[in-house]
Design a protein around this ligand. Structure first.
Ligand code: KIV
Ligand code: NA
Length: 277
């Protein structure tokens, strides 16, 4: 199948099938997404929580995002490559946001950037548009607002919050985003934004009406310890599969059944090369 590009977004919005987006933080995961026919690989700032083991995404730096985006690019074949702009890489000034978005494109190979924010980032979205940098807006629950929210909480549940999110959606659409990511909002609001938006909506905990769905890789393959948010479905048991392999290795080493003769060099065998991307 042909590689995913942003110019296919309008068609997918109109005719489907719904877009699939999954996070990736390294080359082997990028290879899995590519082989599975996922549309979009997202190098999320969730790397801070999922991979670095942090409590929230705030400490993640632009240099870390560049490092992970490069690794994903090296394993990716087909999916569109989108990178998150991390906390404080764009909030201080539009100039800094412009420079940092440019780094994700120019140094790391991202094809679009995703930015948390509504009306307050409309100026930056416009400015990036002038540099031909596509932007996905991220509204609803914005994980960078964890301290202001007092935790990760569903947004848009009262009239004022709903109005605010709709205003943000309209401001971003006006500024020219190529897609809207909707996180942790009631399904009825996900439906309303999807109806008013000419570009695809991609939801995570935003109900079944959006034009696509996104999940964190480790959550969807079953590699995240419980408890998981309501919107996660574990489609696999990767965690227990890997744990089982590790226990088998431990047992085989301890009972000296590993390595066997066929896993051992004599005088003749050459080292076999390791496969790369
Ligand atoms: O960082 C991330 O993984 C995200 C998705 C959860 C949408 O922004
Ligand atoms: Na993110």
């Amino acid at each position: 199948s042909q590689p995913m590009t942003i110019d296919q977004f309008p068609v997918r919005k109109k005719e489907g099938p719904p877009l699939t987006m999954v996070t990736a933080y390294d080359a082997p995961t990028a290879r899995l997404l590519s082989r599975a026919g996922i549309d979009i690989a997202l190098v999320g700032d969730s790397v801070g929580m999922v991979v670095q083991g942090l409590e929230n995404t705030l400490p993640v730096t632009i240099d870390e995002m560049i490092y992970h985006t490069r690794m994903v690019r090296n394993g990716l074949d087909g999916p569109l490559l989108v990178a998150d702009m991390p906390f404080l890489s764009y909030q201080i000034s539009e100039e800094e946001g412009h420079r940092n978005a440019g780094r994700l494109i120019k140094e790391a190979g991202a094809q679009a950037v995703k930015i948390e924010g509504g009306a307050e980032i409309a100026g930056l979205v416009r400015r990036l548009g002038l540099s031909m940098i596509p932007v996905i807006g991220h509204i609803g629950m914005k994980p960078m607002g964890v301290h202001q929210m007092g935790g990760f909480r569903v947004q848009g549940r009262n009239a004022a919050s709903r109005r605010q999110i709709l205003n943000d959606a309209e401001a971003l659409l006006e500024a020219g985003v190529c897609a809207l990511l909707l996180e942790a909002i009631p399904a009825s609001l996900g439906e309303e934004i999807t109806r008013l938006s000419p570009v695809p909506t991609i939801g995570i905990g935003a109900g079944p009406h959006t034009n696509g769905q996104v999940l964190v890789f480790h959550d969807l393959v079953g590699w995240t310890p419980a408890p998981l948010p309501r919107f996660v479905r574990g489609f696999g048991k990767a965690g227990s599969v890997m744990e089982d392999a590790l226990s088998q290795f431990r047992t085989a080493v301890q009972n000296r059944s590993f390595p066997a003769p066929e896993e051992t060099y004599g005088e003749e065998q050459k080292a076999s090369p390791r496969k790369t991307a």
